[in-house]
Design a protein around this ligand. Structure first.
Ligand SMILES: [Fe+2]
Length: 283
């Protein structure tokens, strides 16, 4: 089994709960691929996940409970930044979004929306142009977009003025995406933000942000606050997109939205025959 089918996608690891929330509530009910999940954490863990009443494989990592609806064929993704002890490791709260999780990933990859959706923070007019960047498919089946640059007025809570921010984007899995972004006080290092998207069903998801921010000059609460501020700006935009599922046919949406990494992401999903949460390409 691998990630070249919906069956492979179902068998992969997916975040289904934030441990901090679960510790507070004791139990949590949610859905994954339309299947009801009951999650509990007896004593101090580890979490138990029942899918449709049957126990499924579950693990705890990076502050989250992960589950699979099959036999996982690969490990949970490796994030070296999460092991660096000069970083705040923060889960950003679990945000329910009424849109396909693939749309949430695509939006995360899109720099073009910064000056309009995050005006005054991640972008500002007239700096609306996305300079050309490189997109590559890596040997380990991921998408890597490098040399991404964008002018941001408040790139991070520690940014004292606007600056040209360097980004690297990585698509780890169909529903897992991350970015590495210049740190304002240590320009040779990058802050890391991942989005683990839980496909609730084809048109609904829960976005679980995970941040590894350099501690220099910033506290955990501010890191979390900034992520939630930015995501609150994205949520209504995502929920207004129609169709709710991500169209995979390259002819169905305007070329303005279809920038290089978005085109690559859709092609990558098509090649992998991952269609859950997508409008498949017409034949
Ligand atoms: Fe955004």
């Amino acid at each position: 089994m691998d990630l070249t089918s919906n069956a492979g996608l179902f068998a992969d690891w997916h975040v289904v709960a934030d441990i901090e929330n679960l510790r507070r509530s004791g139990s949590h009910e949610t859905r994954l691929f339309g299947t009801h999940l009951a999650i509990s954490r007896p004593g101090d863990g580890p979490a138990v996940v029942l899918a449709g009443g049957k126990k499924v494989v579950a693990r705890e990592k990076y502050g989250f409970v992960w589950a699979s609806l099959g036999e996982p064929f690969a490990d949970i993704i490796d994030i070296p930044e999460a092991e660096e002890d000069d970083r705040h490791i923060v889960t950003g709260g679990s945000i329910a979004v009424h849109a396909s999780g693939l749309r949430v990933v695509e939006n995360f990859l899109d720099m073009g929306h910064f000056p309009f959706v995050h005006a005054g923070w991640l972008g500002t007019e007239p700096h609306t142009e996305v300079p050309a960047y490189e997109v590559a498919f890596t040997g380990d089946d991921q998408i890597l977009a490098t040399d991404c640059r964008f002018f941001q007025p408040v790139a991070s809570p520690t940014a004292e003025s606007g600056f040209m921010v360097d980004y690297v984007y990585r698509v780890f899995r169909p529903y897992t995406v991350a970015l590495y972004k210049s740190n304002p006080t240590q320009p040779d290092r990058k802050d890391f933000i991942a989005l683990f998207v839980q496909p609730v069903d084809e048109e609904r998801c829960v976005a679980h942000p995970f941040l590894c921010y350099l501690m220099d000059g910033i506290d955990r609460a501010t890191v979390r606050w900034f992520m939630q501020l930015i995501f609150a700006q994205d949520k209504p935009i995502l929920e207004n997109q129609l169709p709710k599922k991500l169209p995979l046919d390259p002819r169905t949406e305007t070329p303005v939205r279809a920038d290089a990494v978005s085109v690559s992401y859709r092609r990558w999903l098509r090649d992998r025959r991952v269609s859950y949460g997508a409008v498949p390409q017409a034949v």
